[in-house]
Design a protein around this ligand. Sequence first.
Ligand code: MLT
Length: 404
Amino acid sequence: MFQINENYLKLPGSYLFSTIGKKVREYSAANPDKELIRLGIGDVTLPLAPAVISALHDAVDEMGNAATFKGYAPDLGYEFLRQAIADNDYKARGANIETDEIFISDGAKSDSGNIGDIFGPDNKVAVCDPVYPVYIDANAMSGRTGDYIESLGKWSKVIYMPCTEATNFAPELPKETPDMIYLCFPNNPTGSTITKDELQKWVDYALKVGAVIIYDAAYEAYISEEDVPHTIYECKGATACAIELRSFSKNAGFTGTRLGFTVVPKELKCNGVSLNSLWARRHGTKFNGAPYIVQKAGAAVYTEEGKKQTKEQVAYYMNNARVIYDGLKSAGYTVSGGVNAPYIWLKTPGMMTSWEFFDYLLDKANVVGTPGSGFGPSGEGYFRLTAFGSYENTVKAMERIKKL
Ligand code: MLT
């Protein structure tokens, strides 16, 4: 008789955003006359920028012509895209990342889930609490998290680093020594971030204890403050201890188009073994590359036009973030985030739990958000709203919330 990966049986419930989707579908079915405003999942609403659309059209034409048709993409991704990334995202920020350290993928979610493949099962994982659920669930699937303790909402072998009001929603160095540290800045879900000096402390710590940092910088385009690092490789020594995950979803609206990349520096080694070659081996074996047309679209993001247009999109969402932040504040909520990130983190009113507030908001304001407890136990009593809706809906949602 065959066996299954029993680690899957330890996972509580379904993936957070699937649970929310199901609840919203059920509510809609029972209340077909209600017009819902969705500020739950961080999914973009603006169409792709004209420069991106034009590159897509051109690439589609190339695929229809025998002389320019492309089959399988190179393992690591097309050089034209990796060069644009190396120049714009790294060299321009003083970080010396070479093209063969950049691996093109179909998005940061897949990479953050898959990166665990190159790490041993006994590594001790540290995560922020609250946290983007993929880091934990993917490690649970690989058997790295121990058992789920329902009463605590925690996994027995995971080191949780609480990010609370008291810590300014940033993690503190853990007391127990981890092997793998997941960090995400600007942060999903709290919208908080840390300065370059603070991030340097994490790099120094990882180098000291021999840990690897998996750094998710999917929201870097939303940074508005000067001293916030756009990449972990702005920190000294980071190429010897950090992997960086990046996405085209939030900076250029590729949530449905799918494109991302992971940086694994050649200097990053474990007992002399290069993680870059392990990830190259994994990538080459299990992945056949992001589509050519999508990689061409990604390269268009780095053209002068593409940069200008995607910057305008980010500004549009950040204006929504301001509307939400100010709207909630004026309605008396305790709010944070929304300055360097498209997420606003609010305290639920009264003694409501996160899920109670989810139901309340859905029913009374017909606004969908994300319960903080879905991101971890320290998220209980909090709620996340995203700035990725349309401006009109964002304003309308605030009007409804203010009337509650
Ligand atoms: C979120 O809402 O947290 C994100 O959209 C999830 C993701 O990017 O996968």
